[in-house]
Design a protein around this ligand. Structure first.
Ligand code: MN
Length: 230
C-alpha cells in the first residue's frame, strides 16, 4: 500500500517501435543548435556553449489532436530529433555517450514565441514559453540497435503537406555525443530522459486546423493537428 495522500499521477510515456512504452523521467532541450536557425532568431552562430532548457515530463504528446495552448497568439513549431536515454550519469565522456542511448524519435518543441520574446526582452526565464502543456511532441522511439548511427539524415517538418523545415542532422552545431557530454556536466542524466536536440531554420506559426508532420530518415514520422479546446 502506498502512503500517497492523493492519487499518484500517471508516468508519462512514449510508444516504442516494435512494442512497449518508454517511461519519461525528464525532458531536456538544446537551443541554438543549427547555425541558420540561430541567424533567423537574430543571434550569432559561432560555436558558443550549448543553451539548455527543460520541459515538464508530462508535456509529452505523442501525436493526433493537440489543443491550441493557453496564453499565446503565436504558437511555433520546431522540428527536432529526440534522443531517449536508457542509462545516464554525470560527466559522461562524448566517446562513451552512445552507450546510454536507448533510441531516437522525431519530435516537435512547441514554443509560445510571443511569451519567449517577452521573456528575452525582460531577461526573464523561458519556462512559460517552453514548458507549455502538450509542448513536447514526440513520435514512436526507434531503438538504437535498429539504427547504424544517427548523426546524419534529413529532418523535415511540413505544415498541411508544405515543407517548412528541412536540414541534415549532420549540420547540428553540437553533435549528440557532445550534447550528452555537456548536459551531464550540469545534471545527472538517468534512464527515461529525453533530449530534444535543437531545430533548423524555418520555424513558424501554427494555427487552428493545421496538421504538422515531422519526419527523419530511418525513424517513424509523428503528426499532430491543432484543434480548439472543447
Ligand atoms: Mn527547440
Amino acid at each position: 500500500m502506498s502512503d500517497f495522500v492523493i492519487k499518484a499521477p500517471a508516468i508519462p510515456s512514449v510508444p516504442v517501435n516494435g512494442g512497449g512504452r518508454f517511461p519519461v523521467r525528464r525532458i531536456f532541450c538544446v537551443g541554438k543548435n543549427y547555425a541558420d536557425h540561430v541567424k533567423e532568431m537574430g543571434g550569432d552562430p559561432k560555436k558558443t556553449p550549448p543553451v539548455f532548457f527543460t520541459k515538464p515530463a508530462d508535456a509529452v504528446h505523442t501525436g493526433g489532436a493537440l489543443i491550441y495552448p493557453l496564453a499565446t497568439d503565436n504558437l511555433h513549431y520546431e522540428g527536432e530529433m529526440v534522443v531517449a536515454l536508457k542509462s545516464g550519469g554525470m560527466n559522461i565522456p562524448a566517446g562513451t555517450a552512445g552507450e546510454h542511448i536507448f533510441g531516437y524519435a522525431a519530435g516537435c518543441d512547441l514554443t509560445r514565441r510571443d511569451l519567449q520574446a517577452a521573456a528575452k526582452s525582460e531577461g526573464a526565464p523561458w519556462d512559460a514559453a517552453k514548458g507549455l502543456d502538450n509542448g513536447a511532441v514526440v513520435g514512436a522511439i526507434t531503438v538504437a540497435e535498429d539504427i547504424d548511427t544517427l548523426d546524419a539524415g534529413i529532418l523535415s517538418l511540413s505544415v498541411n503537406d508544405e515543407i517548412r523545415q528541412q536540414a541534415d542532422l549532420s549540420t547540428m552545431i553540437w553533435s549528440v555525443p557532445e550534447i550528452i557530454n555537456r548536459l551531464s556536466q550540469l545534471f545527472e542524466l538517468k534512464a527515461g530522459d529525453l533530449i530534444y536536440t535543437g531545430t533548423p531554420e524555418g520555424v513558424g506559426p501554427l494555427v487552428l486546423g493545421d496538421t504538422c508532420r515531422i519526419e527523419i530518415d530511418g525513424l517513424q514520422r509523428v503528426e499532430f493537428t491543432v484543434t480548439q479546446a472543447a
